[in-house]
Write a protein that binds this ligand. Structure first.
Ligand SMILES: C[S@@+](CC[C@H](N)C(=O)[O-])C[C@H]1O[C@@H](n2cnc3c(N)ncnc32)[C@H](O)[C@@H]1O
Length: 297
């Protein structure tokens, strides 16, 4: 996250939180904080603190404390004074912020890859998506947001112990999870759904799921796998090619580098995440030579 410009943040340090009162109309106003939602506070050094706002609750950090009631009904993007006179910016966390700060069990997928997975798998509003595994729920949350109120996400997770925390993480961002189904089980043993638009795999040996994915996907549907090592990718690609029901098999990775921009200096950030994972996509097709194969005259 970019640190606030030093000069500007010193000025803001002297600001006081705006004295606004909450009306009924404010409670429905997206530009104001509501009870029960997440807030992200930033101090003048750009450090972030995530908090669920509750009536009567208190936010505490080394810079003092702040009653949640001083924030609920007030502007998102407003400035809030702690008991020790420090002024903090209050905003809503993005999904990327939330994933970075949320409680986790298994390794999560971060914002850079979440965005690429949603676009490279072409997840669309109304889609039916099967994923494995649920893990900490980061990818599930991104998928549920992308399929929207008319779509559906079915998560397979082999390790029951991670499910409650993952579902709690998902609900923190998407309170209505009626479009989400969880099966505790091994996706390698088969997918109960048919006519699935997308199968998304974030697990160590996705080549064992190729047959199940091919059976579940509609023709034209997309399989996407996220893998940390290229030898896993090779094994998956060989399995996809030998299955015969997948085409357009492609692999890519992306690197994201932040920049520091101020009046005195414009330069890349000194640190970056050099590697996260490879994304492999494949389109479920009609096997050549079978029904639907367009033979040339
Ligand atoms: C890297 S984590 C997934 C993280 C998740 N995508 C997220 O963003 O929070 C991999 C998960 O796959 C689960 N898993 C591994 N093999 C599986 C299988 N055969 N069927 C279902 N789940 C499996 C693991 O238990 C683990 O929770």
């Amino acid at each position: 996250m970019t640190s606030p410009n030093d000069d500007a943040s010193n000025d803001r340090d002297c600001l006081e939180a705006p004295p606004l009162t909450m009306t009924e109309a404010d409670a429905d106003d997206r530009s104001r904080f509501r009870a029960g939602e997440l807030a992200l506070f930033l101090d003048r050094k750009g450090r972030t603190y995530q908090e669920t706002l509750t009536a009567g609750g208190e936010f505490h950090c080394h810079l003092g404390w702040l009653p949640h009631d001083d924030v609920i009904g007030q502007p998102v993007g407003g400035w809030y004074a702690t008991s020790r006179g420090h002024v903090m910016l209050g905003i809503r966390p993005t999904l990327g912020d939330y994933v970075r700060l949320m409680p986790r069990g298994p390794q999560v997928i971060y914002a850079k890859d979440l965005g690429n997975i949603v676009s490279m798998a072409d997840i669309f509003p109304g889609a039916t998506v099967v994923e494995a595994g649920l893990g900490s729920g980061a990818l599930t949350t991104a998928l549920l947001r992308a399929v929207g109120p008319n779509g559906r996400v079915h998560s397979y997770e082999i390790n029951e112990a991670v499910v409650n925390k993952a579902l709690s993480n998902v609900r923190s961002v998407i309170p209505d999870t009626s479009r989400h189904e969880v099966t505790v089980g091994d996706i390698f043993e088969g997918i109960s759904d048919t006519e699935v638009d997308r199968v998304i795999l974030d697990l160590p040996e996705p080549w064992h799921a190729v047959d199940a994915a091919a059976n579940a996907l509609i023709t034209g549907g997309i399989l996407l796998s996220f893998l940390p090592t290229i030898l896993q990718v090779q094994e998956l690609v060989l399995a996809l090619n030998s299955d015969g029901r997948f085409a357009r098999v492609e692999t890519a990775e992306t690197m994201l580098r932040g920049w520091n921009v101020s009046r005195r200096s414009v330069r890349p950030a000194h640190r970056m995440v050099a590697h996260s994972g490879f994304i492999t996509t494949a389109v479920r097709c009609v096997p050549p030579g079978r029904e639907g194969y367009a033979s040339r005259p």
